[in-house]
Design a binder for this molecule. Structure first.
Ligand SMILES: [Zn+2]
Length: 216
């Protein structure tokens, strides 16, 4: 940058004066022009204490905010915007974005997988240790029931006890006081059924496993 292309951003005049902030502008004017130090001063970015005064219109500005400086900044901004727009059109840009998303997914997915792994550490339950067993024996396998309700489904030798275990994971209807209709909610990957033919009905639905032990 030299003194010649340093112009007032308002009127374009190159009749400028540089002085330190805090001093009265007009009085300090002379010297800087004559010594030709403005261009040099204007190039000294970060010299916030320098203030340039236009002698034609009185506009005051900091180094870098002269006409050319402003145009340069505008041009740079436009070029950066163009570069960004061009970058977004490149497949590589999107490949990187997708990779970032995948990596993020792996990190969070990892947590999820761990949580699921924790779930599957439910002790395995052989259904034969529950089926046709009394409440006392079932409690040995599943722990104490959370709650019991009395139900009377049509066509069954009821009223019967329906018991819930492990926060609702297991629902068991006791018919003739033994476990008969067994529902396993949520994840039933820990359930072992060595021989399905021993049971009247075994079927897994979207979110539960249902077992009828006897022919009710
Ligand atoms: Zn001016």
């Amino acid at each position: 940058m030299n003194q010649e292309n340093l112009q007032c951003a308002k009127c374009g005049s190159n009749q400028l004066s540089a002085n330190k902030k805090g001093f009265s502008g007009t009085k300090a004017v002379g010297g800087a022009i004559l010594t030709g130090g403005i261009g040099l001063l204007a190039g000294t970015h970060g010299s916030n204490k320098i203030l340039i005064t236009c002698l034609s219109c009185g506009h005051q500005f900091k180094p870098g905010q002269d006409k050319q400086g402003k145009q340069t900044k505008l041009r740079n901004d436009r070029e950066n915007a163009k570069k960004m727009a061009a970058t977004m059109k490149k497949p590589l840009f999107w490949v990187i974005i997708v990779c970032l998303l995948i990596v993020t997914g792996i990190v969070f997915g990892g947590d999820k997988a761990e949580a699921e792994a924790d779930n599957s550490t439910d002790p395995s339950v052989n259904i034969e240790n529950i089926a046709s067993m009394t409440m006392d024996k079932v409690a040995i396998v599943l722990g104490d029931e959370d709650s019991i309700e009395i139900v009377s489904p049509n066509g069954l030798p009821c009223p019967c006890k329906k018991a819930y275990y492990q926060n609702g994971k297991y629902e068991i209807l006791y018919i003739n006081d033994v476990a008969d209709w067994i529902t396993v909610n949520k994840d039933w990957s820990n359930i072992e059924i060595p021989d399905e033919t021993k049971f009247k009905y075994v079927k897994s639905f979207d979110d539960y496993l249902y077992i009828k032990v006897n022919s009710y």
